[in-house]
Ligand binder design. Structure first.
Ligand code: HQG
Length: 182
């Protein structure tokens, strides 16, 4: 029986492999971010970590943010969002809630209110429908500050929004005029 801590460690390792650096263990992702489950398991084992299919399934099922997904027959796996690698997730644009939230910290605000929210190293700016989620995202870095994003107005003015399979709202950029500090 693996402990929760082991699952969290494996989840972090999977994020590294499936979002950022598959070459660390010598695997490749296809253009949509998928990779073969058997090869993944084999390569992770070869890298010296203990993992089997059941453990991988438990990491995917119990992951706090549902970061990973299997395809329909379970032969392939990918991360639902958060990539720095250039891949095509294939999400279709959707109508967001009127207001979305972004959690950040005080130190970034001056720059954010100069240039808007940028996607930085990731594919998209990450936004959430719930203040509580934005709060947790901000907390990773320090005292959280919540920005309210006028998503309805952005959409009316032509910005596209995508909803990842695990409920994160994604968009290219948030210009300053659509943001308010809460
Ligand atoms: C900030 C985690 C200065 C932005 C979380 C953020 C989330 C700027 C940081 C997910 C800026 C980027 C994403 C600007 C943006 N000037 N700072 N112009 N524009 N920033 O980690 O949203 O565990 O790439 O405020 O829970 O913090 O990986 O984005 O602080 O859902 O699944 O630059 O990552 O999920 O940081 O977090 P990130 P994020 P996972």
């Amino acid at each position: 029986m693996k402990t929760t801590n082991t699952y969290v460690k494996l989840s972090k390792f999977l994020s590294l492999i499936l979002r950022h650096k598959p070459e660390t263990i010598g695997i490749q992702l296809d253009k949509n971010g998928w990779t073969d489950v058997q090869i993944l398991l084999q390569k992770i084992q070869q890298s010296g970590k203990s993992i089997d299919l059941k453990t991988l399934q438990a990491v995917v099922a119990n992951n706090d943010k549902k970061r990973f997904a299997f395809n329909i027959n379970g032969s392939r796996i990918r991360a639902n969002q958060g990539h720095s690698l250039k891949i095509e997730l294939g999400y279709t644009p959707q109508t967001p809630p009127d207001i979305l939230y972004h959690g950040t910290i005080e130190r970034f605000l001056e720059s954010i209110f100069q240039t808007g929210l940028d996607k930085r190293k990731r594919h998209h700016v990450h936004l959430s429908a719930e203040v509580a989620t934005a709060n947790m995202v901000g907390k990773r870095r320090g005292n959280p500050v919540i920005l309210e994003i006028n998503a309805q107005e952005m959409q009316e003015e032509g910005f596209l929004f995508y909803l990842s399979k695990n409920g994160v709202w994604l968009t290219e950029k948030v210009p300053v005029k659509y943001m308010n500090r809460q």
